[in-house]
Write a protein that binds this ligand. Structure first.
Ligand code: NAP
Length: 265
């Protein structure tokens, strides 16, 4: 038997595997992966020392906890033919937009967890939303949260907020990358090379985020501390307000949340 089975070992499947091996006491020989791509399985077996198979039925039979990390369009084709094997197993779905209710309509005797990681999972820094099926055993939740935290930091949320989580955190890295690029270009306009400006802004964002985390102060309190009367910062902040920065960001997350709702319906 294996502790963990991962069906679909693409980008996100590998990120999850890497986190579990690095940051839990689960050993590679307690993990089995499957994929339709044989070369991909061989690559993962060689790189991580886990077991591999191209047979999803075998993986499900042999695993206690199963991550399903395939595209949503492949969900039914994978699960329906082997649904009996999922009985009494824990299934962690990483498929965007597929509701727990939909999974339960096929796998009625399984314990379902739905998660939404984001791309920093690739470096062990995911921001992951977790929703548990309402019948999920309470005494097993902590173990699952710990497992998910091996590739980042997680937030247990009601499933009704999963689309908003997608709009805020799932798509979040793309917004932040865009903002970072804009600041780097601003640095170029003031005479820095792009790379130097990029390093400067990345460190500024990292330092500011850490301050919020470490000092546990409201961001506006920290902002006001660096905003001196008639100084450089208030002149810059005034431009952000003229450009309606808050309006743009609130609308960005709202649109993305709406799109996530449309796609999952
Ligand atoms: N990447 C992200 O940032 C992210 C964030 C949140 C959620 N997700 C979700 O995570 C899931 C996977 O995303 P991904 O980016 O990792 O996709 P991906 O790289 O395409 O990985 C999916 C893997 O599953 C394999 N596969 C397809 N059919 C299969 C089958 N019948 N049995 C076993 N394996 C099969 C695919 O093989 P082929 O390539 O040969 O088809 C591929 O290797 C998606 O549902 C996505 O919505 C991803």
């Amino acid at each position: 038997m294996f502790k963990i089975g991962i069906i679909g070992i693409g980008n996100m499947g590998e990120a999850i595997l890497n986190g579990i091996i690095k940051n839990s006491n689960i050993k590679p020989d307690e993990i089995i992966v499957s994929d339709i791509n044989k070369e991909r399985i061989d690559y993962i077996i060689n790189k991580y020392g886990v077991a591999g198979t191209d047979n999803n039925e075998r993986l499900v039979k042999l695993s206690d906890i199963i991550f399903l990390v395939v595209k949503p369009k492949d969900f039914e084709n994978i699960v329906i033919p082997i649904k009996d094997k999922f009985k009494n197993k824990i299934l962690i779905s990483v498929m965007a937009g597929i509701k727990i209710e939909k999974i339960k309509s096929i796998l009625e005797d399984s314990f379902i967890v739905r998660i939404m990681p984001n791309t920093p999972a690739l470096i062990g820094e995911s921001t992951t939303g977790i929703s548990f099926d309402k019948n999920f055993p309470a005494d097993k939740k902590e173990e699952i949260v710990k497992l998910i935290n091996t590739f980042g930091k997680s937030f247990v949320i009601d499933e009704s907020l999963m689309d908003a989580f997608t709009g805020l955190a799932g798509s979040g890295p793309a917004y932040i990358f865009t903002i970072i690029d804009a600041f780097a270009q601003a640095g170029v306009k003031q005479g820095f090379s792009y790379n130097q400006a990029l390093e400067i802004i990345v460190q500024t964002i990292t330092g500011s985020s850490k301050m919020i985390e470490d000092l546990k102060e409201h961001p506006c309190v920290l902002r006001d501390k660096v905003t001196s009367p008639a100084g450089t910062t208030i002149y810059g902040l005034h431009e952000l307000e003229k450009g309606k920065i808050r309006d743009i960001i609130i609308n960005t997350v709202e649109k993305s949340t709406q799109r996530s709702k449309e796609l999952s319906n």
